[in-house]
Every structure is written in C-alpha cells, then in structure tokens.
Design a protein around this ligand. Sequence first.
Ligand code: PLP
Length: 384
Amino acid sequence: MGIAGATTEHRGDGLAVRHVPFVDLKIQAAELRAEFEAAFGSILERAAYTMGPELREFEDRFAAFTGCSHAVGVSSGTDAVKLALIAAGVRPGDDVIVPANTFIATAEAVSHIGATPVFVDCLESNGLMDTAAVGPAVTPRTTAVVPVHLYGQPVDMDALAEVASAHGLAVVEDACQAHGATYKGRAVGSLGATAAFSFYPGKNLGALGDGGAVTTNDPAAAETVRLYRNHGQEDKYTHRVAGYCDRLHNLQAALLLVKLPRLAAWNEARRAAARDYDSALAGRHDVAVTELGDQLEAVYHLYVVMVEDRDGVRERLEAAGVDSGIHYPVPLHVQPAYDGLGYSAGDFPVAERRAERILSLPMYPEIDQSQRAYVVAALEQALA
Ligand SMILES: Cc1ncc(COP(=O)(O)O)c(C=O)c1O
C-alpha cells in the first residue's frame, strides 16, 4: 500500500518514495529568522560580544528552566562536563565512572582534566547506565560518577544516589541530550552535585554554533565554573587559578534566549512523535522500542529502536528515502582513543550487543504525522 501524503516515484513494492530527513534544522531557522536578526543587530550595535547582559539573562532563565539556582554558560557541552567535574571536586589522578554507551565527549571531559574514565555497562531495555554496575567499578581513586541521560531519558537517579552516597562519590549529570526531561517530577540538571548541558545545534535546545551550560544548586560550584570558564579570573588580570577560555558567546546566549521560551512546546512535539512511533511499533516481535522507567518524562532527543540485521534495515530505509542514525556504533571501551585503558571486546556485552542492533529514526519537533506514518511504513517494509 502507498502512503498518504507521499508524492514522488512509486516502487515495485508500492511504497511511494519521499525523503524524511533525520533532523531538519532549517525549519526553526526560517521561523525564527526575524527574531535572530533582531538579536544579532542589537549585539552588533552595542558590540557586546563577550560576557554581556544576554549571557546573564540566559543563565537566569536556563537556571529557572532546570529548577536550579545557578546556570553558567560555557563554550560547549564537552567543556560543560569538564567544568562540572572540576566544580564537583574531581582532580587529576581520580577515577570517574562513566557509561560505555555514550557519546565520547562524556569520557573525553574526564580525560581532559587528567582523570581516568572507568566504564560500566548499560541496560538492555534502554541503553542507560546500569546503576547496579557502579558499585563494583569503584576503586580507591574513584571520586565521581557521570550518569548520562542518553537520548533524552533520565537515568534511575534514586538508585544512583544510593550507590554514590555509599561510596562517597559526587554525581555529575551529563544532561547534554536531555533539556527538560524529568525524573519523579524533578528536572534533570538539578539531580546531582553539578550537571552539564550542550547547545550544539542539533540538540533539543541548540545554539547557532557551539555552546553549553553547567547547572547546580551549589553557589560555590557555580562560582568555580565561572572562575574556570574565564581564565581563572577573579578581577581583571587577577587569575586565581589557571583556567580556560570556555565562555558562552554573548551572541549565542542572545539567540538561545529567542529559542528557550519555545523549548517546552518543542519537547512536547517530540513526545507526540514518539507516542506515534511507540503505538505503531507496539507488539511487533522484530522491533524493540526503548522501555522507559516509571515516573519519568523523556524528551526524545533521539528515538532509538533495536532490530536484527540493522545495517540491512538501514540500507533499505535509505533506499525508501528515510534517513536514520546509530547512537553509537562503537562503545567507548573499544574506541581507539581508549586503547591504553586495557579494556577489550566482551567487557561490556550489553553495550556491545546494543551497538550492533540500535537504529535511531527521524526525530525533531516539526516531523509531521504523514512523515511519521511514512517512516513506520518504510521500516515495516525494510523488516519484511
Ligand atoms: C551525551 C553527550 N555528552 C556530551 C556532549 C558534548 O556536547 P558538545 O558537542 O556541545 O561539546 C554531547 C553532544 O554531542 C552528548 O551527546
């Protein structure tokens, strides 16, 4: 059967091919162009490029959005994780527990400050850090654990808090994919000592370039991030520590201020798309949808399923005009960058098995109902 709304070429199997991108950032750019241009014009008039009033206003509003008393704008999500670790007390020589199934930036940030990532496996049902694996991974040098709210789904933070407190570990959230997700009614970013967000363009809240933020309820931690992001500078030319040049550009803050009021609606649109996918795929024996835990609200940065013959399915989807992704194809313990840590294939079987089967379907707030239906139909045919 063909699909309503499909327009172009008809194939032998009846699928009318159309293109569904994986994400489409041009839609928001077009919608918000006038506001972006006004924000840009205002910055130009004042030549207010660094540490300006827009940065402070964005920080206040983003703190409120995450239910935290402080947010500090920084240059990227990677730097946000790094600064969040420093502010939580992680020092060179420490061990920091991170999931094997995440984007490499989580572990890179640990390495950047001279600490060592210690990997743990993930849950089969949703790819999130297996909190039961954290205790056994603790060493005498472990000072922190980084739960990654991957794909926009919160980690089981109560279970993690219990193991972290039993071992005296700081909890540093990597919320780079989860702006607005909640766990038992509380926003991610407010659930640990410190938390990191990314404003990479494709994120749920994306700048027009790189950006990030650290959130915290601890004023001393916020001060530490402010200090380190700007050359350790306390007063002009008094440098208390050797810091970094990790500021969020004032222009990016101004652009993020245009987008932030829309974020809740965009997240709701993602959830609606995810509900459509969930109900269309429910009950299929050949597609495993991601299982969400109780009492949490995900924000679907990504919509990830698992299928057998993933590469074949992906090729057939591509031929039907449906773009897809793999997040992530190689777990961190077997990445060349971490050869020196002594891990090998087989160490984290769940992450390794998932990496062979996961497939991310098109997901962005503006994906419409006919596109979702087309994605599902194309997937069903790709599996047939
Ligand atoms: C889980 C996770 N952590 C950290 C980062 C790093 O963010 P950025 O790309 O802004 O440095 C990303 C972004 O891709 C991410 O997905």
